[in-house]
Design a protein around this ligand. Sequence first.
Ligand SMILES: Cc1cc2nc3c(=O)[nH]c(=O)nc-3n(C[C@H](O)[C@H](O)[C@H](O)COP(=O)(O)O)c2cc1C
Length: 212
Amino acid sequence: MKVLALSCSPSRGRNSDTMLDHFILGMKEITGIEVEKIYLEDIPIDTYKYENSKGPQEYEAKFKELSEKITKEIFGLVIATPTYNFAVPSHLKNFIDRMRFFALDLSRKNKLKQPVGMLGHLRTYFLVSGGTPNWAEHILFFVFPSFWLRGVFLYFNAKVMGAYYSGDVKTFQNTKILKKCFKKGKKYAQKIKKHENQGVLEDIFWRPPQVD
Ligand SMILES: Cc1cc2nc3c(=O)[nH]c(=O)nc-3n(C[C@H](O)[C@H](O)[C@H](O)COP(=O)(O)O)c2cc1C
């Protein structure tokens, strides 16, 4: 069972990247789970435009490889990202914009006339770092990336197994938070190994409208 761990901060070895490393160590406790870590920054991706809407351009070989990996090889996708201006860094946003060609079937529509999501095989998890303390993020959760990412990937019909936010700007040195990431990684791997489904909240509030 292969899981792709996507590190999306431009700052390597800092907060979200270190959270991801500990999450990976947790996942590796479970036998049968194979993890590959990739820095999104290493993959050049043009911004979306109509001309590249059908797939990667010839010179975007690494993006093509990543797209094929997500559609054909992996079972789990873990995204680690910082919060930038209530959103994610531009490269991650850009990657998600470009995912349309394999994440949505534009020829089919659900009851809300939206394209049908094609990532039903994926179980996702989000690790998010930010400068806002955790208590404030709990109240204002709807303006943080974990909420937004959850919405996008449910729209793509992926399963959302959870999200974890750290508001400590020195997370990379915070052993308590990193231990928690380890535990969350282990639990996520156990769940996906058992083919467990996403939580009730995702099913009730974010369940994409069904196809006609
Ligand atoms: C350009 C920029 C924008 C930021 N915007 C926010 C924000 O809107 N909310 C927030 O809580 N933190 C914000 N931060 C703080 C980062 O999210 C925080 O320092 C985070 O831990 C960095 O994670 P990293 O080390 O994984 O890159 C911002 C930082 C930068 C550089």
